[in-house]
Write a protein that binds this ligand. Sequence first.
Ligand code: PLP
Length: 393
Amino acid sequence: MKLSERIIGLNGAPGESDGWGVYYRARAMIEAGETLTMLCIGEHDRKTAPFILDAMDASARGGNTGYALALGQDGLRRAVAERVEAATGVDTTAANVMITTGGQAALFATMCAALDPGDTAVIVDPYYATYPSTVRGAGGVLRTVAARPSKGFQPDASDLSAATEGARALLINTPHNPTGAVYSRATMEGIAAVCRERDLWLISDEVYSGQVHEGAHLSPRALPGMAERTLVVGSMSKSYVMTGFRIGWVIGPEDVIAAMMSLANATTYGVPGFIQDAAEIALRQGAAEEAEVAALYNRRRDRAVAALEGSPVAVSPPDGAMYVMLDIRGTGMSGEAFAMALLERERIAVMPGESFGRAAAGHVRVALTVGDEAMAAALRRLAQFASRLAKAA
Ligand code: PLP
């Protein structure tokens, strides 16, 4: 039987790398019994807080195990709306919120809402690895615009304006994975101006909004003329250590959210009620937990910067999220070759910058997701490895 072009083409042209080669190799090494330091993916080493697990358990045992409402339970939708309204000052009610199976399903839902088949969606390079397939999965055509390392990976308004001609949607992410950039007010105002000028949907991925180390997170939905064209993607995964719960949301205009109910019916048919109850408790009673998670990555970021000081891959501290992006161009290697060599010779797994697009070529991304001591030791070894290569280059 013939598979659809859509499923075959999700990762791009046939044979194109999906960018996960180093990660797959690292997994294979672990399965073969080898010990290595895994700094590849945004998966916490911390465990979900007991009060969240207790809430899930009580909900399930209390009988909330049947089909849940497709757009989400009222209580959780209200909790999300209250949080968003408090953070942004934009009037937000439960009717502006759709609960989804994680931020990933929220990204797909927003693309489905914004794009007709063949419409162009612009993403900022470097980008989170699933963005291209999410655009293609919704029938869209992908276009990228580079955010340059020399500009702190903040996209430039004139580049955005040129790249979005004829496009239907722009997808941005701040705080940013993989670079840790937090878009400044000037960057956001530039983005908003381009979206108004080009009449674009703006999809704003804010799954790291709880992890800002420097500056402040500004949601573009709060900027003039933007609430009606902005679809915000949020998640419990990063801020509350709930990656495996698969729970997130879309915030958007009421009519858009109401229309997306048919997508929920056609795909997930709602998120399990006991997961939603756990998320609601986390949002309503979890301020201390969220602060602790943010403090953990803030501390590791500082330790990572200190461990790399004086080396050819020294970095200025990233402003947000749970990663550090290292410029390894001084070694004369590509990010991919460096990451593979680091894995084979030093048993340290990091992601090549090329996995996130072209603009981060010659970089590697380090996820700050092992204990402080192990992380700092691995980074000191990485720095020595880079120094030896840079001298030989
Ligand atoms: N967006 C970004 C930028 C991410 O880094 C991730 C996960 O790593 C997601 C969205 C998806 O998160 P989740 O589906 O776990 O909510």
